[in-house]
Write a protein that binds this ligand. Structure first.
Ligand SMILES: Cc1ncc(COP(=O)(O)O)c(C=O)c1O
Length: 395
């Protein structure tokens, strides 16, 4: 009989020739248990999704409660569904006043599509400024604003009118003028290797957008919900975007994305023509219920601020001659080895030794640490010791 590994390779479309090939039995807290009984520490959280840990009982209970009432009923926007309303209200309570209206979708890519469409409709312009080494998703529109050339070239032509600037290049911001519909960026570049904005960079973009009427869109798909040590990354710089894009941790482990703006701005999607964006499963009630339970736990247990404290434990413990820099904020790190070959060797060793880490799409000399926010100080110390002993093995 064919094994699940053989069936996976035969019947599931593959995304690369080097998947982890780890067959999962179950997952709990920061651990993933393989079908062969081996236990893995998850240092990636499904790429910053499972902030509250795997199998979180509060999220599971919220999912069960909602399943008992209803699952999908109708396309997004037609029926009043309490889980959507509750989550949208809660988001508006924790966000600045200008971000009071949420459009729920399915994923980060779809939220980017919606945000780009909103910017076109609201400004009546179509040109977009995006940044090199930015990742915003894989659908055609999101791919058009992605900053990694090799991923785009096979799929051209893509959406026109996108100009790419270098992140932290202050001078290039002169290109934000009255022809620009929006400036789209991650406040901290994720797949670029966790690159922080230099002092004044986000502020200058905000100022130029204010002056020219271009919308400032923050993609916080990876950085939101406590990941960087504050609820949202933009709070570190106190620069408020016109449109905020969320996904990943938003659904507490269920698929959910959103773009959030002012009610005034969002109104343009509902007339001339109506149905400016439509989505069948957007804001699925079970996803919204899970997302709300996850958000309440994050707030009640102050896990964002805890992430900032836990950052210091990582910084104190993860010191090794091979580590050139521990770049990032909160529980969102690039461990910079400065050498792509060493990263490849580390990735192989780590999975063999029960640690799930990840590389970055546009930065091959570092590996990623983005564990569940619920990781305990003891677990951090333990995993740092393990990471250091693996680094010792790399020549
Ligand atoms: C910053 C950022 N934006 C957008 C996306 C796209 O999200 P999704 O994979 O849910 O479409 C991702 C996914 O990794 C991301 O990291």
């Amino acid at each position: 009989m064919a094994s699940n590994l053989q069936l996976f390779l035969r019947h599931l479309a593959q995304t690369s020739d080097s998947p982890y090939l780890l067959e999962v039995e179950k997952a709990e807290g920061i651990y993933i248990y393989a079908a062969d009984g081996k236990k893995y520490i998850d240092l990636v959280s499904g790429v910053s999704v499972s902030g509250m840990g795997h199998g979180n009982p509060k999220i599971l209970q919220a999912v069960r409660d909602q399943l008992d009432l209803y699952m999908h009923l109708h396309v997004y926007g037609e029926l009043i569904q309490k889980p959507q309303v509750d989550l949208a209200v809660r988001l508006s309570e924790i966000l600045p006043d200008t971000l009071d209206c949420t459009y729920f979708v399915n994923s980060g890519s779809e939220a980017i599509e919606g945000a780009l469409k909103l910017a076109r409709r609201f400004t009546g312009r179509h040109r977009t400024i995006a940044f090199r080494n930015a990742y915003h998703g894989s659908t055609a529109g999101a791919l058009s604003v992605q900053g990694g050339e090799e991923f785009k070239n096979a799929y051209r032509p893509l959406s026109p009118g996108v100009s790419f600037l270098d992140f932290n290049d202050f001078e290039s911001l002169d290109q934000i003028d009255e022809s620009i519909a929006c400036v789209l960026l991650e406040p901290i570049q994720g797949e670029g290797g966790i690159i922080l904005p230099e002092n004044g960079f986000l502020e200058l973009i905000r100022e130029r957008c204010n002056r020219t009427g271009a919308l400032m869109i923050f993609d916080e798909v990876q950085t939101a919900f406590g990941r960087t040590g504050s609820l949202f990354a933009f709070e570190h710089w106190n620069v408020i975007p016109d449109v905020l894009v969320l996904a990943k941790a938003l659904g507490g482990g269920m698929p959910l994305g959103a773009f959030i703006a002012s009610s005034e701005m969002m109104k343009v999607l509902s007339h001339d023509p109506v149905l400016g964006h439509i989505t069948t499963f957007g804001g699925h009630p079970v996803s919204c219920a899970a997302g709300l339970a996850s958000l309440e736990m994050l707030l009640t247990e102050d896990l964002g601020r805890e992430a900032a404290r836990k950052e210091q434990i990582f910084r104190n413990c993860l010191v090794h001659p091979m580590i050139k820099e521990l770049r990032g904020m909160g529980l969102y790190f690039a461990v910079e080895l400065g050498d792509a070959e060493k990263v490849k060797k580390f990735m192989k060793l780590s999975i063999e030794n029960g640690i799930i880490s990840d590389s970055f799409l546009f930065h091959d000399t570092a590996f990623r640490i983005s564990p569940p926010l619920t990781i305990s100080p003891e677990q951090i110390k333990e995993v740092c010791a393990q990471l250091k002993s693996l680094l010792d093995l790399i020549k």
